[in-house]
Design a protein around this ligand. Structure first.
Ligand code: ADP
Ligand code: UDP
Length: 236
């Protein structure tokens, strides 16, 4: 498939048209952002690591029956995906408290959340991705109740698959963000799953091995991602 013009340049990835109207090429750059894009830094090997990581995880999810947009790994930084009409909300599942929920609710980091929580956030950097609920999503026309029910169901299904996968690798899946879109009217998991959009802690030491290493200036950011990849058997 031939790569055509860049259609969208996000904070970490670029989306390219192809000669097929139903497919895009997702290109993983080395850019790493924090504070809704106010801080951006290049990190060596990041694009490549996240591209391989995402492909590996998406294929595991597909094997578990979750519809995914990923089709083919084209190169170290490029992946062929189905062109989705994205639902402009982020779905966040949390197994353990960390990040924004601690600030919002004044709770300590590291509390086990049973059952895991589910939240929607509006994708809008200028507004710092505010939390929204079903009522907002319907009233403003960002999605239907049926789509939200399906996004919630699929997000929890992803949790069942990935909590077990990371647990076997000695890791705690603390939380993660998913994005969904429509392909021929059907909801599918889009965007990426990588340590950029989830939190992973070592089970024994609770060492952070995800993007919090960047957000909190802990150093060895990509080394953390590579360690996770190695432990789950993802080739880089
Ligand atoms: P952001 O837009 O948040 O800065 P990225 O840098 O990751 O994020 O850019 C990737 C963009 O591509 C996101 O806006 C995401 O919603 C969108 N996207 C991901 N997968 C698909 C897809 N299969 N079809 C269309 N758009 C997609
Ligand atoms: N997340 C993300 N993109 C966003 C917001 C959050 O990938 O725009 C991920 C984040 O990495 C974490 C989870 O979603 O794994 C929950 O994030 P949180 O709401 O705690 O926000 P944060 O404090 O990370 O901004």
């Amino acid at each position: 498939m031939e790569k055509k013009q860049e259609l969208y340049r996000g904070k970490a990835k670029s989306v390219y048209a192809t000669d097929d109207a139903n497919h895009y090429i997702m290109y993983f750059r080395d850019d790493t952002s924090a504070l809704d894009g106010q801080i951006i830094k290049q990190l060596d090997r990041k694009g490549r690591t996240n591209n391989h990581f995402n492909f590996f995880i998406m294929k595991k999810l597909e094997a578990a029956g979750i519809p995914v947009h990923v089709e083919e790994l084209l190169s170290d930084r490029e992946c062929l995906v189905k062109k989705l009409d994205m639902v402009p909300v982020e779905c966040v599942v949390r197994n353990v408290s960390a990040g924004s929920i601690c600030k919002r609710l004044g709770v300590a980091e590291g509390l086990e959340l049973n059952p895991p929580t589910f939240e929607f956030f509006l994708k809008n950097d200028a507004l710092h991705d505010p939390m929204v609920n079903d009522s907002h999503i319907i009233s403003f026309g960002w999605g239907t109740q049926e789509q939200m029910d399906e996004m919630r169901r699929l997000s929890y299904k992803v949790n069942d698959v990935l909590k077990a996968l990371f647990d076997e690798a000695g890791l705690i899946l603390v939380d993660y963000k998913l994005e969904f879109g429509l392909y021929e009217g059907k909801l599918m998991l889009g965007d990426e799953f990588s340590p950029d959009g989830c939190r992973l802690w070592d089970k024994q030491t609770r060492k952070k091995l995800d993007k919090d290493r960047f957000r909190q200036g802990l150093g060895d950011v990509i080394e953390g991602y590579e360690e996770v990849a190695r432990r789950i058997g993802c080739p880089l």
